[in-house]
Structures are given as structure tokens and as C-alpha cells.
Design a protein around this ligand. Structure first.
Ligand code: TRP
Length: 470
């Protein structure tokens, strides 16, 4: 008789400990979620899509998407995770049951799993570029390319980038290294190492960006032109395609639509305000993206580069600045690319984690799950890597494999995923449930959120889709 009675509470405690693993503080959650949000999307993607879509007007639309759609959807995703308390798939199952809705809502969770796989496959290729560039910086490549600061500077720096892209072995090798790092961190558990390191690295990245903004302001002589490009809108440049890209990138940059913020929300203790956290995370993410643009565009104009140069933009601009610094910028350049690698890793692990969590719940060991899922993603990524060289003439819907994957995920899957989550939180969940979870009371802030998530976000997403089809 003694045995089972003694064992039962232990087992219950063990179960509770497994399910109720929480962030230690609001700061821990904000940092981890910001770590997921701030990544290559801010430093690599935001500047080049801004350049491709004409600058100011695009930036304004992007900021509006963040504030009007991004923040409410982030609140919805975190509240779904906290109330559901499981992996995104599990949370949707649980909540659909609780709210007496169809179990088909689980599909939104699976949609996120597939989307995360596709995103990580090409994300890792760009992460590989950052690894390669940290190595180039360390070995003094930029200093020798700019030697003397003469005419050929921009051309030499561009040649380094073109050389990397043209080399299938190098691209696949660096992609493999980045994926191995991602798998290693996820397999080893995210909490201790990475979370602590992210706490140190995020402020470092921020400070270094401020330093580079100062550099661009003082030395390029084109600071005003760079700022004007980013902040004086010319709406004649704006197309519906650009609006879709801005909307898709708002989701990409905030890590929304794939259930990742729901997974992070499932570890969030009760008393923490979801609304405040969402605002802080979105503001940090936006600040990093704007700072990156503010250091890059003055260099673009000073050296006669093209703002619309495409995915290589950050890799053909900042190395010019590094190369011209005393000592070839070995130290500053290396640290900068290390920070980028770090920002990329805190995002890439968040793309792998939900799948690993899901497999773990089906009794697969964590390490095995990370390697298995990681290897599938790695293999997919090879197609993206080769689409810059050996496979560049294999078109998918008229684009390279890399561009097609980027378009499919950012411009179609993320808005669709966000739409599903918004409709679930706004229409499928009861008013009582969401009000209770957001802890905003029934006053104006709650009513504003509910109005946004029921009407503004879904209608805006649908309109942008329809205009793009038409
Ligand atoms: N937000 C990250 C970045 O800007 C990328 C990312 C991480 C992401 N998790 C995501 C994008 C989930 C979409 C969905 O680099």
C-alpha cells in the first residue's frame, strides 16, 4: 500500500516539472524571443529588400505592417502558446478541444512545421555566408581588397562575394558548418549555453551597429543621402508587390506565422503581460533593422553601388568599410560577422526547436530528433546553395530555387500562417479566453487588440493577397 501512494506524488511532480518548464523572468522571455526575431532578416534581408523596392515608401509600409499587424498577431501567437501549454501542434489540438472547435485547426501547427523546415533550409545557406565572411575578415581579405582605397575598391570587394557564390564546394561546406552548429546547440539543450550567450551578444550587436552608424556618418560623406533614401517616401515607387514583400517581411522578421512564438509562449509564466512583451520585442527588432539600413545605405551611395543589388548587399558594402579601417578592419570586421553569426544562430535554433519538441513528445530522444530533422533540412538546403552556381539555370516558377523558396515562405506561407492564427485567436477562441489570457481587463487596450485581430489583420492580409493575384 505504501509504495503506490509514495510514488504517485513523485510521478505527478515529474510530469508537472516537464510540462511547466518556464522562463525564469520576463527578461528571459523577451531576450529569447528577441533572439529569435533578430537575425539575418534584420541585417541581411531588410536592407536589400528596402534597396530593391525604392527605399522610403517601402520602409513606411513595413513599419505600418509591424505596428498594425505584427504586434497584434504576435500577441495572438504567444497567448495561444501560453494557454495551450504545448508544442504548437499540441497547443492547437488542446485549444480547439477546449473551445469546442474542429480538430482541423491542428493543421495550422503542421503548416508551421513544414514552413520552418523550408525557411531554415535557405536560412542556413546565408548563415554559411556569414561564417565565410567572418573567416575572410579574420584573414585580412578585406584590407588587401581595398588596399590604398583606390578606384577598384568596390569591384574588388564584389569579386570576393561573386567568388564565394560561384564555388559550389565552399557554399555547401559553409552551409554544412552552419547547420552542424544549429543541430549541436539544439541537441545540447537551448537554455544554459545559448540563452546566456544571447544575453551578452545581443547588446554587443546593438552597440557595434551604433558604432558603424557613426562610422557611416563621419567618413562616407553620403550619410544624408542614405538617410533620405530610407526615410523620405516616394509613393510613386510603391507597387502592390512591394506591399506584399513588406507584409511578408514583417512576419519573417518577427518570427510570426509558423507557431514559433507560440512555442516560446508556452514557457511563459502567467503574470507576465503579453502585450508589453510583444511591443518591446517588436521595437527591438525594428530598431536593429533600421540601424542596419542606416549604416549600409551611406556606404552604398558613397561607393557608387546599386541599392537594388539584391541578396549580396550587406556582403558587398560593409566589407568596404572594414577594409578601409586602420589595420584592414580585422578586429571590427571579425567581431561584426561573429555577431551576425550569433544573431543567425539564435534564430535558426528557434526554427528547429518546435519540430524537435514535437518529436520528443513522440518519444524520440532529443539528440536523435535534432540530428534527424537537421539532416533533412541540410539536404534541402543543398538545393538552395547550388542554385547560386551549378543549378542556377534550373528555374522554379521562373525563379532560382533559392528565390522561389524565399518567395513561397515569406510571401505566401507566413501571411497564410499568420492569417490562420489570427482567425483562431479572434474568432474561434471565446472572448472570455483571450481576455483572461492577455490580462488586459475588458478596457480599451483589450478591445483594440480584439478589433485588430478579428478585422484589421485578416482583412489586410487578404487584401494584399488579392491585389497581388489581380
Ligand atoms: N526572424 C528571424 C530573422 O529575422 C528568422 C526567423 C526565425 C523566422 N524564426 C522564424 C522567420 C519563424 C519566420 C518564422 O532572421
Amino acid at each position: 500500500m505504501q509504495q503506490p501512494i509514495a510514488a504517485a506524488p513523485d510521478e505527478a511532480a515529474a510530469n508537472a516539472a516537464f510540462r511547466h518548464e518556464y522562463w525564469s523572468s520576463r527578461l528571459a522571455f523577451v531576450l529569447a524571443a528577441s533572439g529569435s526575431a533578430v537575425g539575418l532578416g534584420n541585417v541581411w534581408k531588410f536592407p536589400y529588400i528596402t534597396g530593391e523596392h525604392g527605399g522610403g515608401a517601402f520602409v513606411l509600409v513595413y513599419l505600418a505592417c509591424i505596428a498594425v499587424i505584427g504586434v497584434p498577431v504576435m500577441m495572438a501567437e504567444v497567448l495561444i502558446g501560453r494557454r495551450g501549454g504545448e508544442s504548437p501542434v499540441g497547443s492547437m489540438r488542446h485549444l480547439a478541444h477546449q473551445e469546442r472547435r474542429t480538430q482541423l485547426w491542428q493543421a495550422a501547427g503542421w503548416f508551421g512545421v513544414v514552413g520552418s523546415f523550408l525557411i531554415l533550409s535557405f536560412y542556413s545557406v546565408i548563415g554559411g555566408w556569414a561564417l565565410a565572411y567572418a573567416w575572410f575578415a579574420l584573414s585580412g581579405t578585406f584590407g588587401s581588397a581595398t588596399g590604398g582605397g583606390g578606384e577598384g575598391t568596390a569591384a574588388n570587394i564584389k569579386a570576393i562575394f561573386d567568388g564565394l557564390l560561384a564555388d559550389p564546394g565552399a557554399l555547401v561546406g559553409w552551409h554544412t558548418a552552419f547547420m552542424a552548429l544549429t543541430i549541436g546547440i539544439v541537441a545540447g539543450g537551448v537554455k544554459g549555453g545559448l540563452e546566456r550567450a544571447a544575453t551578452l551578444m545581443m547588446p554587443g550587436l546593438f552597440l557595434l551597429l551604433l558604432f558603424l552608424v557613426g562610422y557611416a556618418a563621419v567618413t562616407t560623406g553620403s550619410f544624408g543621402r542614405g538617410l533620405a533614401f530610407m526615410f523620405s517616401p516616394d509613393f510613386s515607387e510603391l507597387t502592390w508587390d512591394a506591399v506584399l514583400v513588406a507584409l511578408g517581411h514583417a512576419f519573417f522578421s518577427l518570427s510570426l506565422g509558423m507557431g514559433i512564438m507560440a512555442a516560446y509562449g508556452s514557457y511563459l509564466p502567467r503574470h507576465i503581460s503579453i502585450g508589453q512583451a510583444a511591443i518591446v520585442i517588436s521595437a527591438l527588432d525594428t530598431a536593429v533593422a533600421l540601424l542596419a539600413g542606416i549604416c549600409i545605405f551611406p556606404i552604398v551611395f558613397a561607393f557608387g553601388l546599386e541599392p537594388g543589388a539584391g541578396p549580396g548587399l550587406v556582403f558587398v558594402t560593409l566589407p568596404i568599410a572594414f577594409g578601409e579601417m586602420p589595420g584592414g578592419g580585422v578586429i571590427v570586421g571579425t567581431i561584426f560577422f561573429l555577431f551576425i553569426i550569433f544573431a543567425a544562430l539564435t534564430s535558426s535554433i528557434s526554427l528547429l526547436e518546435p519540430t524537435v519538441e514535437l518529436l520528443q513528445q513522440r518519444r524520440v530522444r532529443r539528440g536523435v530528433a535534432a540530428v534527424a530533422a537537421g539532416v533533412v533540412i541540410w539536404a534541402l538546403g543543398i538545393a538552395s546553395a547550388l542554385s547560386f552556381n551549378a543549378w542556377s539555370d534550373i528555374p522554379v516558377f521562373g525563379k532560382s530555387i533559392f528565390d522561389a523558396l524565399d518567395f513561397l515562405t515569406a510571401n505566401i506561407m507566413l501571411p497564410l500562417g499568420a492569417l490562420l492564427l489570427a482567425v483562431f485567436a479572434g474568432w474561434a477562441m471565446s472572448r472570455r479566453s483571450t481576455a483572461e489570457e492577455l490580462e488586459l481587463g475588458e478596457g480599451l487596450p483589450y478591445r483594440l487588440w480584439r478589433f485588430m485581430i478579428r478585422y484589421v489583420s485578416p482583412v489586410a492580409i487578404l487584401l494584399v493577397f488579392i491585389y497581388n493575384l489581380a
